[in-house]
Design a protein around this ligand. Structure first.
Ligand code: KIV
Length: 300
């Protein structure tokens, strides 16, 4: 009998090929935590994949952390399609989730399905994510019925930050907390395979997590969720300004990059870069012939 290869410790499950979507619910059932991170390009997606991250989200947070905007609202469907293509090339095991940007799904179920199809067909996304409940439950249902995996997102939904009064925690009173539970339950009933809970009290997120059979992925929602998600630039210290209080910083890439660029500038200015090892040589006889030709030209 051949022995099964040992699972690398960093993987909670599945090591062969793409993580199957139904495996996420199995992970919830087993109590294995689900790990999601955002990424916006191929090398980052490859690193996330190699680190054993379960889901890579091509978030519309790109609008803020990559494009330097004040909000996620201006991000376009074309931009998410393009970034999803890059990410899909890097993510082999991780499930690629493409965020549906503002304006790409609110208008009708048909528009929602059309946009989701583009993200999967042109972008190479495995599944999509949309924000909100209410009328968005119908959008989620339409996408699920079209055969596309859809992730919900409630609590702080950045695309509606203006209506919510800013980037503020949600569900901090009993009435709104109860509504949040109902929203998540409605998204599950609509066919979502998972729901993101953003910036909600830990007690509310835990209550939602207990109520749902599908996994909850928290960001600023406490340890009771079935999984966690963080934004690449926030968690790796590769961003400007202050990060939200729920971010844990695992590296300080900004400082590493600034220091490296500073040394590069110094080397160029002092002439110590490039060195011999960074340049191309040519065969001696070719060089001699070239110099003779140059001398010929200069002599004319
Ligand atoms: O766009 C994004 O990065 C997100 C996460 C914060 C969940 O939606």
């Amino acid at each position: 009998m051949t022995e099964k290869p040992a699972k690398p410790a960093r993987y909670a499950s599945w090591t062969q090929g793409k993580l199957p979507l139904p495996e996420l619910s199995e992970m919830k059932r087993r109590g294995d935590k689900i790990v999601m991170v955002t990424a916006y390009d191929a090398p980052s997606a490859r690193l996330a994949d190699e680190a054993g991250i379960d889901l890579v989200l091509v978030g519309d947070s790109a609008g803020m952390v990559v494009q330097g905007r004040e909000s996620t609202v201006p991000v376009t469907l074309d931009e998410i399609v393009l970034m999803t293509q890059w990410v899909a090339r890097g993510a082999k095991r991780s499930i690629v989730v493409a965020d549906m940007p503002f304006g790409s799904y609110e208008t009708s179920d048909e528009d929602a399905v059309r946009s989701a199809v583009r993200l999967v067909k042109e972008g190479g996304a495995d599944v999509v994510k949309l924000e909100g409940a209410g009328a968005m439950v119908s959008r989620a249902r339409a996408i699920a019925q079209a055969g596309i995996g859809v992730m919900g997102h409630v609590g702080l939904t950045p695309q509606s930050a203006t209506v919510l009064g800013g980037f503020k925690a949600q569900g901090r009173n009993a009435e709104r907390a109860r509504e949040l539970v109902e929203e998540a339950v409605a998204l599950e009933a609509a066919g979502c395979f998972s729901v993101v809970l953003e910036a909600v009290p830990a007690a509310v997120a835990s209550a939602v997590t207990r109520r749902l059979a599908i996994p909850t992925i928290g960001i600023g929602a406490g340890a009771g969720c079935d999984g966690q998600v963080l934004v690449w630039h926030d968690m790796l210290g590769y961003c400007q300004g202050r990060s939200p209080r729920f971010v844990k910083r695992y590296a300080d890439l900004g400082a590493v990059i600034t220091e490296a660029l500073g040394r590069y500038a110094e080397d160029v200015r002092s002439g110590s870069f490039p060195e011999e090892q960074h340049t191309y040589a040519m065969p001696e006889e070719e060089l001699a012939e070239f110099e003779a030709a140059l001398a010929d030209v200069e002599a004319r």
